[in-house]
Write a protein that binds this ligand. Structure first.
Ligand code: SAM
Ligand code: SF4
Ligand code: SF4
Length: 335
């Protein structure tokens, strides 16, 4: 098949998020709480992970369907050995290749990633305060190491770097203004993300979110912010800029302002499951197809068929009933 595919709600398939590992060197409380992802947790065995060649095959099969962008994620994608090789393979397909990382290993890998053709990088950083940061990430990796990773990305020309900050009520609200001030004038775009009910291990409750609107009204009382046009209809962030041109910030409001209507994302787990929504209860196992000698056309047709049946709009339908349903973990599909 060589034409753009549309799902049940006429949404095209444009973005593929590729999880390359379910492991991480952080244990963010909202993503991989240690009591659930501790010593006794069974991670995917090495042999279950798709090889880079297999991932490339999937991406190649999605190209005729309208794919424009891929994002490499995890777990922590920079833990996967040789990740620059995957970037090289994918960027050779004339796609925008982005990566989301916790930044801890970025200093050592930024140059290789850039040289391999990485287009952009997003670094997760929820707090500048060392205590809040270590409590949220449940790790001993310092804020300085993450900031140094951001610097490294900028030094090799990966600007503008985006910083993702998940805001949790009563946990890191104090960091919002500090992050905006810290990154003002640095070409780093800070984006505030509403804490989401992804997975079932973080004990999410609606009362733990801070609505973007509340954050914005607070920031508006301090900074002179002006709205920016969104770059494309599938852009999930609402963007604003400092009126003096000293930088941009963004909001991703999956809970209070769902954007399912324009959601063009599909996800590939590290072991070969295609997942059509961040809040899915399961995925479509395409590993056999990927690993068989069958032609790429067969894979392409299978992916098209999965997309054409897609009717997900979890965030628009969020309710007490949906919140109680089983869901795939964030660290498995990568956000
Ligand atoms: N380890 C990498 C990182 O942290 O950037 C990549 C994977 S992580 C799962 C991708 C993104 O999901 C991060 O920006 C993280 O903050 C975000 N995330 C994880 N759990 C979340 C949740 N419950 N609600 C909102 N965002 C979440
Ligand atoms: Fe690891 Fe990223 Fe999840 Fe934090 S958000 S535990 S860094 S995968
Ligand atoms: Fe897309 Fe699902 Fe999120 Fe809606 S809830 S925006 S369909 S991933």
């Amino acid at each position: 098949m060589s034409q753009t595919v549309l799902d049940v709600f006429d949404r095209p398939l444009k973005d593929l998020r590729i999880s390359v590992t379910d492991r991480c060197n952080f244990r963010c409380r909202y993503c991989m709480p240690r009591e659930r992802f501790g010593e006794s947790h069974t991670f995917l065995p090495r042999r279950a992970l798709l090889s880079f060649e297999e991932i490339e095959k999937v991406v190649h099969s999605c190209l005729p369907l309208g794919l424009e962008k891929v994002r490499i994620t995890g777990g922590e994608p920079l833990l996967r050995p040789g990740i620059a090789d995957l970037v090289r393979r994918l960027s050779a397909l004339n796609l925008e290749v982005a990566l989301t990382t916790n930044g801890s290993l970025l200093r050592n890998q930024a140059e290789d990633l850039r040289e391999a053709g990485l287009s952009r990088v997003t670094v997760s950083l929820d707090a500048l305060d060392p205590k809040i940061h270590s409590e949220m990430t449940d790790s001993t990796i310092s804020v300085e190491e993450v900031l140094d990773g951001i610097d490294a990305a900028q030094e090799v020309g990966l600007s503008p770097v985006k910083v993702n900050c998940v805001v949790q009520r009563g946990v890191n609200e104090s960091e919002i203004e500090k992050l905006v001030t810290h990154f003002r004038g640095t070409d780093v775009i800070v984006r505030f993300i509403e804490y989401m009910d992804v997975g079932r291990t973080n004990g999410w409750q609606l009362g733990q979110i801070v609505p973007s609107e509340k954050i914005l009204s607070h920031l508006n009382s301090i900074f002179d912010l002006v709205p920016l046009e969104s770059v494309s209809s599938s852009d999930v962030a609402v963007r604003l800029a400092h009126s003096d041109g000293s930088g941009e910030i963004g909001f991703i409001s999956s809970v209070t302002q769902p954007f399912c209507e324009n959601c063009s994302r599909i996800r590939l787990s590290a072991d070969g499951l295609l997942v059509t929504c961040l809040f899915a209860t399961g995925g479509h196992d395409i590993r056999t197809l990927i690993q068989s000698k069958s032609s790429e056309d067969e894979l392409n047709e299978a992916i098209a068929a999965i997309w054409q049946r897609r009717d997900d709009r979890y965030s628009e339908n969020r309710s007490t009933e949906t919140v109680a349903l089983p869901r795939i973990e964030m660290s498995y599909i990568g956000g």
